[in-house]
Design a protein around this ligand. Structure first.
Ligand SMILES: Cc1cc2nc3c(=O)[nH]c(=O)nc-3n(C[C@H](O)[C@H](O)[C@H](O)COP(=O)(O)OP(=O)(O)OC[C@H]3O[C@@H](n4cnc5c(N)ncnc54)[C@H](O)[C@@H]3O)c2cc1C
Length: 557
């Protein structure tokens, strides 16, 4: 036996980060007969990284689930939507464009079959995220493509966690938790390993911040190192530093949609070893954040995945312009809101809309789908009342105001925002909107969009409430939700070629260095360009992790 196989600090490949991208790459390496060390700064409780918390929504093109619902999709339509959303316009976009093309082929081809082969299944109703609402060639999904994994985020992770655990049992994988990489070891221009600090044991539960007390140092060596360390969304200083001018001044108040370990630190470490970081100013944050009533990490926010019916008002009470309706265009809405000079906004709705249209992003907020519990699913999504976690936010969430009449609701809103909100304006907007419903046609673009959404069977079934006056007492009570900006994804990162090799400033691969997942902008250093069609982040981790894992295995043989 090779002497190296006895050395637990040496492997064929090192993967930095035990999130989805790292675990997919490690699984591929194990399948190829290779030895892997997975280095992870957090305790084992947080195994799986962000993906565990995720809703498990995956972008698929022309799937059987879409077809069953009467949706006609194609690679050409998806490409039109992707490039219309991405808006690639820089020299640095050369590799991101190629990654976008390759990813689209994957999403329209092998992706579903590959996942099904690993036991991953999908909820039959396909969601319609980022509807765009402008021209055919601009941002948004022309058709529903958001496929929710049966088992949500943990369901996406499951086969890869299982494969890595098997690798540990086989003696070919080592999981080094509480090991924080501080340096990439470079010899003669080639990355030959990683070194850093071992951190003190910590009993933090999943997602909770863990201590950074150093107990020792370590060094691991391998023929290839893959950086799969995630993005920057948990590091608000970095988010503010890289905040793009086009989005105005960084907001004063931000909620965190990701755990603290999404700290972006490893990106600088990879840059110091010769990797090029691109598109750091492209990021994907949400505007429908609410404060978690039971926070796991600091400033923990939950994103509402809204249906299209809530009335959306800025901090002063002015209705947002067309087509900035709930769920239509995340970044245009962010840009608009930041330009108002205030970082919060309002949804005004009623109980009927809440019950049908409020979904909360996150595995823990969807116990029916996460637990694959059909009985709970039927009672919570099709039965009376809002799903339990949504109702819990209505009851306990700091951002929810509930009232039986409009004057009562307005009084509560005024109390919440006495100096800023013009409640007469809010009353005017609500009454004007309701007046437009006298006819089955009219000039209000949001009402037209709701009518049109209900022509899609999936929306009619579980996602879009029938049109009716907000103030209808039978649809009550009335609800106002104060919404905050929530950090989530980094769209830029380490520039990589189509094998996942990290490129240096001269455009040449840095020998021995690879990147995948959010750390590589989900491929290429930013395959989304400026905007996402949603469900493309987990998918980007699957594809870039698989690609890099296979490329490393091929390079080693
Ligand atoms: C609540 C929520 C809902 C989401 N829903 C969806 C969805 O429905 N669809 C979708 O497509 N996407 C979704 N996402 C996004 C998606 O989950 C993430 O983009 C993706 O999981 C990122 O995976 P990753 O492997 O690149 O990074 P991560 O999951 O962040 O993993 C990186 C790991 O690297 C470790 N690490 C970092 N630096 C070091 C270091 N120096 N040394 C050692 N270890 C280090 C970190 O501790 C971490 O465990 C959601 C995210 C969240 C939080």
């Amino acid at each position: 036996m090779d002497a190296r196989t006895h050395d637990t600090n040496r492997a064929d490949a090192i993967v930095v980060g035990a999130g989805l991208a790292g675990l997919v790459a490690a699984s591929e390496l194990l399948d190829a007969g290779r030895r892997v060390i997975i280095v992870e700064q957090e305790p084992e409780a947080s195994f799986g990284g962000q993906a565990w918390w995720s809703f498990g929504g995956l972008f698929l093109v022309d799937s059987p689930e879409q077809r069953r619902l009467g949706v006609r999709d194609s690679l050409d339509l998806a490409r039109q939507d992707w490039f219309g959303s991405a808006g690639f316009d820089r020299d640095e976009d050369a590799w991101p464009r190629r990654w976008a093309e390759a990813y689209l082929e994957f999403a329209a081809g092998e992706k579903r079959h590959w996942l099904r082969g690993k036991g991953v299944k999908f909820f039959p109703v396909v969601g319609w995220a980022e509807r765009g609402g402008d021209r055919a060639t601009s941002h948004g999904n022309s058709v529903p493509r958001f496929h929710i994994t049966w088992g949500t985020g943990p369901g996406v992770l499951e086969p890869f966690v299982r494969r890595v655990r098997e690798g540990v049992a086989e003696g070919r994988a080592r999981l080094a938790f509480r090991h924080r990489v501080d340096r990439l070891e470079v010899e003669g221009g080639t990355v030959v390993g990683v070194s850093g600090a071992t951190l003190a044991p910590d009993s933090a539960a999943r997602g909770e911040p863990s201590n950074r007390n150093v107990t020792d140092d370590f060094e691991f060596r391998a023929d290839a190192v893959l950086v799969a360390s995630g993005g920057i969304g948990g590091n608000h200083d970095l988010v503010r530093e890289q905040w793009p001018i086009r989005l105005g001044t960084p907001p004063d108040h931000l909620l965190s949609g990701v755990p603290a370990h999404v700290d972006g630190r490893m990106l600088g470490i990879a840059r110091d070893a010769g990797g090029r970081l691109i598109n750091g100013d492209r990021m994907w944050h949400y505007v429908e954040g609410i404060k978690n009533h039971s926070p796991v990490w600091a400033s923990h926010g939950i994103r509402i995945l809204p249906g299209p019916s809530s009335l959306w008002l800025d901090a002063r009470g002015h209705r947002l312009p067309t087509p900035l309706f709930p769920g239509f265009d995340t970044l245009a809405t962010l840009e608009h809101l930041v330009a108002t000079g205030h970082d919060h906004s309002w949804f005004v709705l009623n109980q009927r809309i809440l019950e049908k249209e409020f979904a909360l992003s996150g595995s823990e907020q969807n116990p029916d789908l996460t637990g694959r519990d059909l009985k709970l699913l039927a009672s919570s999504r099709l039965g009376k009342g809002a799903p339990g976690p949504v109702e819990a936010f209505k009851e306990r969430g700091a951002d929810f105001l509930v009232a039986n009449t409009l004057p009562e609701l307005l009084a509560k809103m005024r109390q919440r925002s006495p100096d800023l909100l013009d409640v007469d304006r809010v009353r005017h907007e609500v009454e004007a909107r309701d007046r437009e419903l006298e006819n089955p046609f009219g000039k209000d673009a949001q009402l037209a969009a709701i009518r049109q959404a209900r022509r899609y069977r999936g929306d009619r079934l579980i996602r879009v409430a029938p049109l009716g006056p907000l103030t209808d007492p039978k649809a009550g009570p009335l609800i106002a939700v104060q919404l905050h900006i929530l950090t989530r994804k980094s769209l830029g990162g380490l520039e990589t070629d189509l094998r996942g090799r990290v490129l240096g400033d001269a455009g040449e691969p840095v020998p021995g260095l690879y990147a995948a997942g959010e750390a590589s902008g989900f491929g290429g250093g930013g395959m989304h360009g400026y905007r996402s069609l949603e469900g493309t982040f987990l998918g980007g981790c699957l594809f870039s992790g698989r690609t890099a894992g296979r490329a490393i295995a091929a390079a080693l043989s």
